[in-house]
Design a protein around this ligand. Sequence first.
Ligand code: TYM
Length: 355
Amino acid sequence: MNSFKERIFSGAQPTGNLHLGNYLGALKRWVELQDSHDCIYCVVDMHALTILPDPVELLNSTREITAAYLAAGLDPKKSIVFNQSRVRQHSELAWVFNCIARIGWMNRMTQFKDKAGKDRDNASLGLLAYPSLMAADILLYRATHVPVGDDQKQHLELTRDIAQKFNNDYSDRIRSLGVGVEMAVGDETVSGYFPITEPMISGPAMRIMSLRDGTKKMSKSDPSDLSRINLIDDAETITKKIRKAKTDADAIPSEIDGLKGRAEADNLVGVFAALSGQQKEQVLRDFGGKQFSEFKAALADLAVAQLSPITQEMRRLIADPAYIDSVLRDGGARASVIAEENMNNVRNIVGFLQD
Ligand code: TYM
């Protein structure tokens, strides 16, 4: 049985600065995967349009996020790095998926519910259809693996549902055109055009929480800048934010069980573990019994040592927009080749008349 070629796809929205959650939950792992996999990393500017209507901010943010990708270690020679809107097939496939996905599936998305708030009728259609475009991003390249933070899990489940329904609805056509890949689904062998993508969500940093409230996710949209560490923050700011991070009065526990019910402590230990490439157990072995003041000082040193070189390189790159644009242009051209080959097959599968 043929199988899909392993391919990684992931992306981040250019809506303001990337923060430590984006870095540990996504970017740091993307960099690691470059050596072992064929990787495509996208700055998803079309997604950002659902919440960022200011054109100048969107342009600047697209370059800044690209600078963060490169500064963190994405190598545009090894991986494809591009901005989504440059490859028109993303919107074309998203339309086909809009006709596959059901409104009920979209209405159930927690991110849509959170962002749309109480006045759902007034939310944009783009916000509702967002996960369909996300599925298109991934499946346009027939990506098999998607490294993301925990908050994207539901969107990836939906991507799998869309792939499955497409494969199913068009199974005869896929078979007769000979463009499918045989896959085992339960006891049956089906011929599918799209892989059933595997999310890659693991490790101690899949859900980094706000530094001010351990029950809330660290987020670009939190009004308090003290709640997050931005990749663009200087060493002094990082140290100050960690010093001010909310904690409780107890010492650091020695065992994982001792973190139960202590969301802030758990979060800081997770950040330490992810930055140092250890498991939380190891961090607790080293710091168990110590006070937070000591632990925070060590964490600040570690965060500064890891993030400062990235911050400096980001600043250098932001000052060279022509270089950034050339990376995105080149990445876009390479992505387009794969995108067009797949989209051409999809047009044939669904019955769009072509030359
Ligand atoms: P975005 O831009 O919100 O976030 C980018 C990546 O950062 C992860 N992340 C976190 N991880 C751990 N802790 C946190 N506090 C935290 N906050 C964010 C996210 O899980 C994500 O991996 N819908 C996506 C962008 C997207 C995409 C795609 C991703 C569009 N198309 C296709 C993968 C594949 C989003 O809004 O990510």
